[in-house]
Design a protein around this ligand. Sequence first.
Ligand SMILES: Nc1ncnc2c1ncn2[C@@H]1O[C@H](COP(=O)(O)OP(=O)(O)OP(=O)(O)O)[C@@H](O)[C@H]1O
Length: 321
Amino acid sequence: MLTVENLRIYYATPVGHVKAVDGVSFDVREGEVFGIAGESGCGKSTLVHSLILRKRPMVHMGGRALFKGRDLMGLSEGEARRIRYTELSIIPQYAMNALNPTKKIRDIVWDLAREHGYSDREEVERLLRERLAMVKLSPSVAGMYPVELSGGMRQRATMVVSTLLNPDLLIADEITSALDVTTQRVVIELLHHFMEEGIVKSIIFVTHDLAILDKIADRIMVMYAGKVVEIGPTEEIINNPVHPYTRLLLNSLPRMGVQYRKQKLKGIPGYPISLLNPPKGCRFHTRCPRAIEKCPDEEPPLVRVGKDHYAACHLLGGEGQ
Ligand SMILES: Nc1ncnc2c1ncn2[C@@H]1O[C@H](COP(=O)(O)OP(=O)(O)OP(=O)(O)O)[C@@H](O)[C@H]1O
């Protein structure tokens, strides 16, 4: 579905390039929920937004993102607009406030459908009613302005808009972060429902919270400072993490399965590094409790550590993927 190869996305600033995504490779398979995790500032949002639209100061410095055979990095703005919502769609980080406040939900949806070639308003109304029911919103929501809806209702309305035209790949960027646990569960169930109904074929779910990915993702990629540190099946990442950063990230979680509940919670030592001048070698070495001599000098390659499970750490040895 999506193959990202050595992607580098920087921000051009007056004091230099912020290396937000720096040589990231992964693939998203058809039928899976692919989780991306990491602390705030590690480049998760930059990565997923660069797939949809790159606006200055965001700069594509290298690498490819092949989606259904086309390189997303090479699309013109018009081409990108054409596949947005129909093939590739995003539920943005601030989904509750993403809808145009001056338009009723039905007009937002109609504008979107018309832009993508629909001409029968009745058909679009029918589709909207069907989708509102799916996310448990009353048909009367169609005639309301976003401000008339509660935060949770607005979020569900945004989910309807993002998935209305059955995109193959749906990106959900930190959509559960501001929600209470019950609402988080509803959102996760809805995403599963979208997959089961064939409305979307695959999902990229971005969050800083590994506990949520444990519930929703088939595979997880953990990022640190613009790099991939570990990637593998959810089971493996949660129960058998091998990278020191992934282990610390799991240890810092308040809500996890039994195996973590007995452990004392620990924060990750130190602070995230600056991506303007990231350190040489392994980017995590400045905070890593297990760093060895070569960590500050050599960048560790991503090596296979199990079935479909890879990590980038000198402690693991290996020759690369
Ligand atoms: N417009 C910008 N100009 C310069 N630097 C930016 C810009 N937007 C983001 N960055 C920097 O890029 C890096 C990655 O940010 P990004 O938002 O992608 O991280 P994130 O992991 O999604 O974090 P969060 O969950 O807090 O959004 C950070 O160092 C951030 O400060």
